[in-house]
Design a protein around this ligand. Structure first.
Ligand code: SF4
Length: 298
């Protein structure tokens, strides 16, 4: 299941042989393509800490949201190809720069290489946790093979409504696929564990991005997550949605203060006490990392 041959790493189940150069929906071969590897300070505090998270941004994406903020790397093909040995070396380099963890961003379509790279890096002394930072649109069976390789899962839960998943990500099955994937993540990492600096060593932190005009989707998502996992996962309620050019209403505007506050009040009402939240200023283009900066990759 954890293979680039007859690829079924994500919900698309393209069944193409990427080792032979074939490409599925994610337009990616079996050789990882990276857009950036650097210390990153804009994750939640237990991930970024004081020194930053060692973020490794992959190019390509298996989901393809129409409102993507990282279009240049998710579909623009930006990046450089790296082997698994080089990926392992990058992990060690980021740890040497002070990273609290190594953070694989959009890793779904490169799951086998992530696993291999973490195991190689650990053999060579990697000691910080590995973070798997994902849309949650992965095959739960494939994720089982990541057990012991991933320390912290950082999944989105984008949609609980199939109609939104179909309209915004061409993936009507996203709710079912993501529920199964997050269930597997929690099975592997059932409780949050921190070090003395407050850095997450193990656990699952689920992100719910509030989309404009989709408050009900965010509320229902939080309700589902809290009913299912309670305090066993951490919650992050995000307002960083930034409209990209050419989108129609309601995606052509930011989330209003009222919409975001409505979701936060609801989270409190259903019992979520400790969610990470974002200030209004997080909804800005500047939040998007500078993907042109390929330091460490050339
Ligand atoms: S990762 Fe997903 S989108 Fe990419 S080829 Fe495999 S099944 Fe298809």
């Amino acid at each position: 299941m954890l293979s680039y041959k007859e690829c079924r790493l994500c919900g698309r189940a393209c069944c193409v042989d990427r080792t032979a150069g074939a490409q599925g929906f994610c337009k990616s071969t079996a050789v990882p393509r990276l857009a950036r590897a650097a210390l990153h300070h804009w994750e939640e505090p237990p991930i970024s800490g004081s020194r930053g998270s060692g973020a490794i941004f992959f190019s390509g994406c298996s989901l393809g949201c129409i409102f993507c903020q990282n279009e240049k790397i998710s579909h623009g093909g930006l990046g450089v190809e790296v082997g698994e040995e080089q990926l392992a070396a990058l992990c060690l380099s980021l740890e040497a720069q002070g990273a609290h963890n190594v953070n694989f961003v959009t890793p779904t379509h490169y799951m086998p290489s992530v696993r291999s790279a973490v195991l190689r890096a650990r053999e060579k002394g990697l000691s910080v946790p590995s973070v798997y930072n994902t849309s949650a649109y992965e095959n739960a069976e494939a994720l089982k093979s990541m057990e012991g390789t991933v320390d912290v899962y950082l999944p989105d839960f984008k949609y609980i409504r199939e109609d939104l998943a179909a309209r915004y990500s061409y993936a009507k099955d996203y709710p079912a696929v993501a529920k199964a994937a997050i269930g597997e993540m929690v099975r592997q990492c059932p409780k949050p564990i921190y070090n003395e600096e407050g850095i997450l060593l193990r656990g699952v932190l689920v992100r719910v991005l509030v989309l404009p005009g989709a408050v009900a989707n965010a509320k229902l998502s939080l309700r589902y997550l809290y009913d299912t996992y309670g305090e066993n996962v951490l919650y992050s309620i995000m307002r960083q949605y930034t409209p990209q050019a050419g989108l129609c209403a309601p995606l052509n505007r930011r989330v209003t203060e009222e919409e975001y506050e409505d979701v936060l009040s609801y989270a409190l009402r259903i019992g979520i006490r400790d969610a990470f939240t974002q200030e209004a200023g997080s909804a800005a283009q500047s939040y998007t990392p500078p993907f042109e900066a390929l330091e460490g990759l050339r």
